[in-house]
Design a protein around this ligand. Structure first.
Ligand code: GLP
Length: 261
């Protein structure tokens, strides 16, 4: 795994935006995997800024989001459909028909999950999957214990995740218990993965992801098997890494073109 540690979330998010922009300019159509949550917000703001300046267009991109709550209407203020619309899509030029999120209201959930997998394949696979990490090491909504080769499916959230996400609903009882999420096997098929992690609350999960055993107890640790995974974080999220000095030395020893700056 390539490990990039920057002082601040803003600096790290600029590097993430450079990685996205490089792909979007180089490959048409570029197939982007997007994530929700607080973590990618600074990245989305930077992409919006560059788009506003005329430096970046998404008209030749196709997008797939990681997950969505079951039974929540796309117009619900806390749905991931709304999150993406509010925080990215309405500000850039991704064609509406090229935007994909799991359908949390599908009557036949297994069929909808299969269709989602097929849509990803038909698009040629995801070129770059943006990811956050949960405090318990989850990726998307693959909670601890998820099969390391799982596909898109329905999952039950842990109390920890429902508590963390209750900030978007006001009250934990309003947070749906079930979600549809890409599986870890689905995520692993992305040609490249970019995990973002910010703040002290992620430090333990980041350490387990990078330095711990590969285990479904820390779902993100499966990325140790990915040939092109980048973990991009701020100093606080990196604080518990045992080989922190080494990762910094490796990064600073790279030529500028390898540093995405
Ligand atoms: C959520 C999302 C994940 C996200 C994670 C961390 O439950 N399903 O995709 O990475 O939790 O959220 P945050 O970025 O708000 O810390």
């Amino acid at each position: 795994m390539e490990i990039i540690i920057k002082e601040t979330r803003k600096q790290a998010s600029e590097i993430a935006a450079n990685i996205v922009a490089d792909l979007v300019k180089r490959k048409k159509p570029a197939v982007l995997g997007f994530a929700t949550g607080a973590t990618p917000l600074a990245l989305y703001q930077e992409l919006i800024r560059r788009h506003g300046q005329g430096a970046l267009s998404f008209k030749d991109t196709v997008t797939f989001n990681l997950d969505e709550y079951v039974a929540l209407d796309p117009s619900h203020p806390s749905s991931y459909h709304r999150f993406m619309e509010d925080n990215l899509f309405q500000h850039v030029d991704v064609p509406q028909a090229a935007i994909h999120l799991p359908d949390g209201r599908a009557e036949n959930i297994p069929a909808a999950c299969e269709a989602y997998e097929k849509a990803i394949k038909d698009a040629g696979g995801i070129d770059l999957q943006i990811l956050g990490i949960g405090g318990d090491g989850h990726l998307a909504f693959n909670e601890p214990g998820s099969s390391l080769s799982s596909r898109t499916r329905i999952k039950t959230l842990t109390k920890e995740t429902r508590t963390a996400n209750s900030r978007y609903f006001g009250d934990i009882d309003q947070v749906p218990k079930h979600v549809i999420t890409m599986g870890l096997g689905t995520i692993m098929e992305a040609k490249a993965c970019l995990v973002l992690a910010f703040g002290a609350g992620k430090a333990e999960a980041v350490r387990d992801m990078i330095e711990g055993p590969v285990s479904s107890s820390c779902p993100a640790s499966i990325l140790q098997f990915h040939a092109h995974a980048i973990a991009l974080m701020d100093q606080e999220a990196a604080a518990r890494l045992r080989r922190l000095d080494y990762y910094l030395e490796v990064y600073h020893g790279k030529p500028a073109w390898q540093r995405w700056e």
